[in-house]
Every structure is written in C-alpha cells, then in structure tokens.
Design a protein around this ligand. Structure first.
Ligand code: MN
Length: 715
C-alpha cells in the first residue's frame, strides 16, 4: 500500500468540506464539522501514528469515509472526535459542553467499544461478542463510526508488525466484517474481508489476485464489448435512463466460494458480473426479459429478491447467463434506491435534506428493514417512533458480560449480580454474598451492564433468603432460590411441628409423650398421609392445628379427652424457627411484650402482641391460637413502630433521629403524615432488641421539646 504525507491537516479537512460535505450538508453544518476538527486537532497535536504521520489525519480519514455515505453532521463531528476522550486530555464533560450531550454519547460509545478486549474464541463466542458490541452501541451511528475507524486502521495496517497485522485482521474478520454485513454495509464488509485475507493468508491472497487479474486481462475486451451490447440492447428497447456497471467479485468472496464448493479457481466461472441500475421496479423486470432474450439464462440461478427481499431488506433481481466465451456472467438488476441501500446499508437512511437534520424516512422498505434489524417486535408505521428506534439498542433485551475467565455470558436486560451467580453455577448462586463488578465491590442486587466483567464472592455460611426473589430476574435463579427456600421451609416446618405437637400432647395426654405406633398408623390413615414426618410438617406449616391432632391422639389412646386443659404450656420463641414463625407487621411484637401465636394455614405461626387489635376477632376460635412466649436468651433485632406527634417541624426530625441512634437503634423506615402547618405526625420503624430498649428510646424522644406525643403504634 502506498503511503504519503499530506501537507497539512488543515488542507485535508478543507478538501473534505469543500468536496463531499458541500454535496449534501448546509454551510452551517459544515462549519460545525470544521469546529470539531479544530478541537480534535488541538487535542491530538504532537501525537503521531506509527507511520509518522500526524495523528489527526486518522480521524479526518474516518470522517471522509463516513461522508462518502452522506452521514449526518453529528456522526461526522463525533468521528472527528472519536479518539479524543480515549487518547487525549480532553474529557467527556468537555466534549458535552462544546458539542452537546448527543455527540458526547456517540464519542463515548465508540471509546467504550474500543476498550473491550476480544480474544479469539470459538464461533458461538464470536457471535456473542458481535452482539455485545452492537448492543453497546445503543445508537447505530456508534457502530458505523467504529466500522469506519476500523476500515481506516485496516487500510493502514501495512505499517504494523506481522503479528499485530494477523491479530487485528482476525478480530476484524470475526467481529467487524460480519457486523458491517449485518448492517448492510456490504461495500465496507468486502473491503475489510479482502484486507483481512491479505494479512492472514498473504500467499493465497497474492496467488488468487494474480489469477483473477490474468483472467480479467483476457476477458477485459470481451467484457467491455458485452457491456456495450447490453447498453445497446436496452437502448433499442426504449430504455434511456440506466447505468451498466461492471462488477468484479472480491478476492475474499471468491476464496470463500472455492472453499465452500471445494472448487479450484478455474472451475469457478462466475467471477465477473454486471449490475444494471434502472429507474423503477417495472423496468427491472423489463430489463430482465431483455437480458434473458439476448443471453441464455442458466437454469436454477435466477432469484427475485425484489418480490421476496432478503432479511436485511436487500432487493435486487439476480440471474446468471452464458457469456459469449462460455463463461457464466452474473447479472444484478435493481433500482437506484435499491442499489443505494445495497451499498450503504443502514447508512442509506441518513440521506439528508438541505437543513441537515431530517431523516429520509419515505422509503417504506428501508424503514421496515431497520426496524427488523432492531427488533421484529418493534414494527411500527409511525415516523416519529421510527426515529426513536434509531437510538435504541440493537439488542434491547440482552446484556453481555464477562466472567473472570473472559468468557461471555448472555443475560436478560435488568439481570443482577445474583442472576449472574446462578448463571455460573447453582452452588455459586446458593452461596454468594456479593460481587466485584469491573473490580469494584458491588451488592447482589446490582444491575449488570454490557461489557461488565463480573466476579462473584461466595461464602460457605451464606444461604438464599426470600428477599433474593425481589432481585433475581432470570428464571434459573428464581427456580433455584425457590427450591432452596421450599426445602428449607420443610426442614423448619418439621422441627416446629415436632415442638408444637409435643407441647399439645403433653397437655392432652397428661405428660405422656410417647405416641404408640398403632396410634400413629391409625392417625396417618385417617389423614391420608404417608409418614409421620408429613404430619409434623403439616403442623409446622399451620395446616393442622396441634391441639386438634393431640385431641385425636388422646381419643385413640382412650385418654380422658373432655374437661379443661389446665396449665397450657407456651411454645417458646427462640428466634431460630426460620420462615415459619413470623412477627406480624400490624403490631410488631418485640421481646418483653406478651404475645400469642396464630396459625395461618401453609405459613406456620404468626406472632402478635396479646393486645393487637387484629386479634380480637380471631380469638373466637381458640383452637387457632397458641400460647407463646419469648425465650429469655433471644438476641436479635425486631421491628417496632413508633408514632411521633410534633409541634414544630424544623429540626424535629433530626432530634428524633438522634434520640433513636443514641439508644443503639436504627431507623428502617419513616412515614410523614400530612397535617396542619404546626402539627405533624411521623411513623418510625425502628430496630430494637426488646421492650426495655424501646422504652428508653421513647423516653429519649420525649425529651425533645418539639415532640408532643410518642406512642407505640399497633394495627
Ligand atoms: Mn481511531
């Protein structure tokens, strides 16, 4: 590849402005582009590329390439700035301030893609990687700038060491060329592929290029004549406004075809073709008829992509005919618009009107194509929505993150570190305590973003809790958490059931604890249960009332059933009963309160304060109740609700908060109730160990002169 030193960046950018930009942008827009050059040039000054050339020539070349596709002025500005955040002292804030948030986002997006490390992996990984960086682009323009950047780097790759040439070419071939293809930027894709082929397989490339050149030399005259005769034939049929372009296949595509079809070069005939570009769809079919009339078509090689467009919206008629020298000649026939889309792909939609702002959205096909590209579910006829879609993610429902080993995992959008832990392994999920996201500590509910590298921290003593279900998004994580909780609940239920039944039978059977096996069997039979554990689990879950079961046992053992049960013994609450003993939110009991237990079928025992207003109705069914008491050694925090009435507002909250904190408690939640200007009421949910501590807190709050009343709030 030839390299030359341009006289000055200034001259280079002026040439672009006066040339390509003047063709489609307003003078104002061109001035803005020039200002971006000034800023970029100032920041890159003193930097050189490996060739020795001033660095700024690289962004100028990238912008010039984009201008070929008539990209909007913002894309051009962002392309001139594409390396300033990454490689110069200029910051994102500075770019935002000077050029606006829109452009800063584009520049930042291009930088972020550049930061991802890609080590060549197997095919599936490469596909995920492509999806990840497309998803990271958010705005399609980010990807287009990145591709133009890569194209210029590939064009100037000859200066690099062979090893680097190979590495960059491999990445380009695996990642960027397929993305260019996907975006319909076939022109760029072909050039990228040919350059990659050149650096990856220099010998094969030169042999094949020579062979192509040779054949081209032989055929050149023939082809010229053919072109002429096609033109004449079309003229003769009354067609005036058309173009016939000779089209040579890329070296790489011929190589690929040889490999795929296991043919030698000489066996591959259709390396040359024509493209006929006409004004209307009608004319496409007319021209097809004319061509088939003049040259014999090869059976089975005709394809109508106008009637049935390709998935990416590509439209054209394809046919292969016998040439005069016995060669097969490919002929493509399409309209100008179709050609534009085929060549510029997604960029064809940035055909600008004179104001440089509005998108050309008139083409239904193009619009449809881009929508399909974004998400088939997002199809819409509304032009405004269409513009919105241009800025949304290419893969709106997925994020791609790295494991510490550099593997890529696909997660649904909104997935958290916890989901990731379960995606790694169930054991990792069940024991995780936190994460390192991009090397910083993060909590399990942290939402993952594209490109994050995630490491999970585990601990043997850590287990899932019900709270995890609030921030597990993936089905896998949720299922595993539920399974774990279910199993755990069963174990808890078994233990609690045993205690409850023991307590109940002790009263009913006057101290006899052992239940004869024939009684057990009879009971299981009556309940339709398989084994004794099931009965205990049922009791623990509150599905069967311990006293009723005990009464039945008493009947079966022919104990005296009737009569008052004296001295019922309370179940001692130890705080370690697990999920089956819950402390009611209505009255928020704390150790020291006198309490009662109420069975709730399937959920075990709910502990209420004895004076809880919700209990008065339920008291009518005494078998639903259980005497309970606090274990003396219970040592954990409980929620208590305090209702505080304030005279003044100013400073009051701080005083109450201090009173709570000074007594060793935390505020978990605050509700402020609307009141008159001078009287307001606040509800505090605080952490306490027992009644004594709560009393101290209440006393301390009373000391504040702004407080008129403090009550423990129940119900
Ligand atoms: Mn660059």
């Amino acid at each position: 590849m030839r390299r030359f030193f341009r006289s000055s960046p200034e001259k280079a950018i002026r040439a672009v402005c006066k040339g390509r930009l003047a063709n489609y942008l307003s003078q104002d827009a061109i001035d803005e582009v020039y200002q971006a050059f000034v800023f970029a040039e100032k920041n890159h000054r003193g930097q050189t590329r490996k060739s020795g050339e001033q660095y700024i020539h690289h962004p100028i070349e990238v912008a010039a390439t984009l201008a070929e596709l008539q990209m909007d002025s913002r894309t051009l500005i962002a392309s001139l700035l594409h390396d300033v955040i990454e490689d110069t002292p200029a910051t994102k804030e500075e770019v935002t301030e000077k050029f606006g948030a829109d452009i800063a986002l584009l520049v930042d997006g291009v930088s972020k893609i550049g930061q991802i490390r890609f080590d060549s992996k197997e095919q599936a990984e490469a596909e995920n990687f492509r999806k990840m960086i497309m998803a990271m682009s958010r705005d399609v323009r980010v990807m287009i700038i990145k591709l133009a950047d890569r194209l210029h780097n590939m064009r100037t790759l000859d200066i690099m060491r062979a090893e680097k040439q190979k590495r960059i070419s491999k990445q380009t071939l695996e990642v960027y060329a397929p993305i260019a293809e996907r975006l319909g930027l076939y022109h760029w894709a072909r050039e990228l592929q040919d350059l990659c082929f050149l650096y990856l397989y220099p010998k094969r490339h030169s042999a094949l290029s020579k062979a192509i050149e040779q054949r081209q030399g032989n055929r050149k005259l023939v082809v010229e004549k053919l072109k002429e005769s096609v033109s004449l034939t079309l003229n003769g049929a009354g067609l005036e406004d058309f173009k016939v372009k000779g089209r040579q296949k890329s070296v790489f595509s011929i190589y690929k075809k040889m490999k795929k079809k296991q043919r030698t070069f000489d066996e591959l005939f259709d390396i040359y073709g024509f493209r006929i570009i006409v004004q209307s769809v009608d004319e496409c079919y007319r021209v097809l008829g004319i061509v088939h009339n003049a040259y014999k078509p090869i059976p089975g090689r005709f394809a109508d992509y106008i009637a049935i467009p390709k998935a990416n919206g590509y439209q054209s008629l394809h046919t292969v005919v016998f040439g005069p020298l016995g060669d097969n000649i490919e002929v493509q026939i399409r309209t100008r618009r179709m050609d534009q889309i085929a060549e510029a792909g997604v960029a064809a939609h940035w055909v600008y009107k004179s104001d440089g702002e509005s998108h050309d959205t008139s083409n239904h096909l193009a619009r449809q194509w881009l929508l399909d590209l974004l998400d088939p579910a997002h199809q819409t006829e509304n032009a405004v929505e269409f513009l919105e879609h241009l800025k949304t993610d290419l893969y709106p429902d997925e994020v791609y993150v790295f494991t510490p080993q550099g593997d890529i995992k696909k997660m649904p959008r909104g997935a958290t570190a916890l989901d990731f832990a379960y995606a790694v392994h169930t054991d990792v999920g069940n024991h995780c305590t936190g994460a390192r996201i991009n090397k910083s500590l993060a909590t399990l509910p942290s939402v993952l973003h594209n490109g994050d590298s995630v490491e999970i921290i585990t601990s043997k003593g850590s287990w899932p809790t019900t709270a995890w279900l609030n921030y597990a998004v993936t089905a896998k994580a949720r299922t595993h958490i539920r399974n774990y909780l279910k199993q755990q609940t069963e174990e808890d239920a078994l233990r609690l059931g045993k205690r409850l039944l023991a307590g109940a039978t002790k009263q009913r059977l006057f101290g006899r604890r052992k239940i004869p096996s024939n009684v057990q069997a009879a009971l299981l039979d009556e309940f339709g249960l398989e084994n004794w554990s099931q009965l205990l689990v049922d009791i623990g879950l509150g599905r069967r009332l311990p006293d009723l079961v005990a009464r039945q046992i008493a009947q079966l053992t022919e104990e005296k059933v009737e009569g008052r049960v004296i001295g019922q013994e309370a179940l001692v609450i130890r705080g370690s009963e697990g999920l089956l003993v819950t402390y009611s939110k209505c009255c928020s009991p704390v150790p020291g309160d006198s309490i009662i237990g109420s069975f709730t079928a399937g959920h075990g025992l709910a502990v209420h304060t004895a004076d809880c207003p919700n209990m008065s109705d339920l008291r009518k069914q005494p078998e639903n109740f259980l005497l309970v008491d606090w274990d003396e050694s219970i040592d954990q925090s409980f929620n208590a609700k305090l209702r505080v009435k304030l005279n003044h507002i100013t400073g009051a909250f701080a005083e109450v908060a201090i009173a709570i904190a000074e007594n060793g408690s935390n505020i978990n939640h605050v509700d402020v109730h609307e009141g008159s200007e001078s009287v307001r009421q606040m509800d505090f949910l605080v952490d306490v160990k027992n009644r004594k501590q709560l009393a101290k807190i209440i006393k301390a709050i009373y000391r504040s002169p702004t407080v008129s009343k403090v009550t423990r709030h129940k119900g």
